[in-house]
Design a protein around this ligand. Structure first.
Ligand code: FO1
Length: 310
């Protein structure tokens, strides 16, 4: 079975790892958010692409959720000592990847091409595709002003309430090479348990990707990032409350209106089952917390089982 997974953020990368462990890695394609890409100390950083690369290569720091395991911070400390910015923490091992990417982008190589090279160098068989090679950036409008995604998320600790999310460049952004084919040729499309607004939203803001999903001929299944109406990590619950009116599975389902056939959500949210059915979306209730390899695989299996019976 060939599966295409839309993913962003820490939960997305963990889930993708589960999918790859259950299926043949070469049968999986990841379409990854680039809205929170950022330039730090002159380096081009693609946090969500990197979370996927590190997760699939077994290099991720499981506890921190981002960056590499066994990390040290000497380069960043040195940069800070010389007056450089240090609010966005780039580890010594992590920096190596950003150096290669930055050089390639400056030489005119598209993000998708350099990502393919990085993934291959890390021994990854799964296709890792940035949603677009064009510049697409997430901006967060809050009562205190409008901030780039990382400024809001990291520098300000995502404390400012979100009034609106905007995707700079989305009107002109084209799907990266391979993305539309991956959606058209898949036997199933999965949306990872990522934040619907800032992790999956930028992917769907690419018009031709959204249209491909709307016109899908195969089952599309989203996994809710919430457990008991709360985010495992990050601002997803608060954003759903403010932008979608609530944190039940139906609110998650509504954020993918017209784009999914089934929604996987946690047993703690089972009371919301009928409301999901009322949306015309098949509810799938299971344990969704990904604590370790076994629970990641179980969640991937639950989502893939839904493909078989849909
Ligand atoms: N998240 C933080 O909360 N603080 C950081 O300093 C930070 C640095 C960082 C460096 C490289 C990278 O790939 C990710 C990094 N992240 C950091 C995570 C990142 O901001 C978010 O997890 C994603 O953008 C949300 O999907």
């Amino acid at each position: 079975m060939k599966v295409t997974v839309l993913t962003g953020g820490v939960g997305g990368a963990r889930f993708l790892r589960g999918v790859v462990d259950v299926l043949h890695p070469g049968d999986v394609t990841a379409v990854v958010n680039v809205g929170d890409d950022v330039e730090v100390l002159g380096l081009a950083v693609s946090p969500d692409v990197d979370s996927v690369v590190y997760a699939l290569a077994g290099l991720a720091d499981e506890e921190r959720g981002w960056g590499r395991a066994d990390e040290t911070w000497n380069a960043l400390d040195s940069a800070a000592a010389f007056g450089g910015e240090s609010w966005f923490r780039l580890g010594d091992r992590d920096v190596g990847l950003h150096l290669v990417r930055t050089q390639a982008l400056r030489a005119g190589e598209p993000l998708s091409a350099v990502t393919a090279r990085l993934a291959a160098a890390a021994g990854i068989e799964t296709a890792v595709l940035p949603a677009t090679d064009d510049r697409l950036r997430t901006w967060i409008e809050t009562p205190s002003g409008t901030f780039s995604f990382q400024e809001w998320f990291v520098a300000r600790g995502h404390r400012d309430p979100v009034k609106r999310v905007r995707f700079e460049g989305s009107a002109d952004a084209r799907p990266a090479p391979g993305v539309l084919d991956a959606l058209l040729e898949a036997d199933a499309i999965l949306i990872a348990p990522s934040n619907p607004f800032v992790s999956i939203g930028p992917i769907l803001a690419v018009e031709r990707i959204r249209r491909a999903l709307e016109r899908r001929r195969v089952t599309a299944i989203a996994v809710s990032p919430l457990i008991g109406g709360r985010a495992v990590k990050g601002p997803a619950a608060d954003m759903l409350r403010r932008l979608q009116g609530g944190t039940t599975p139906a609110h998650v389902g509504e954020s993918y209106s017209g784009l999914i056939d089934a929604l996987v959500f946690d047993e703690a949210d089972a009371a919301g089952t009928d409301a999901v059915s009322a949306l015309g979306v098949r509810p799938i209730v299971t344990h969704t917390l990904m604590r370790d390899g076994a629970s990641r695989r179980r969640l991937a299996e639950a989502a893939l089982d839904a493909v078989a019976v849909a």
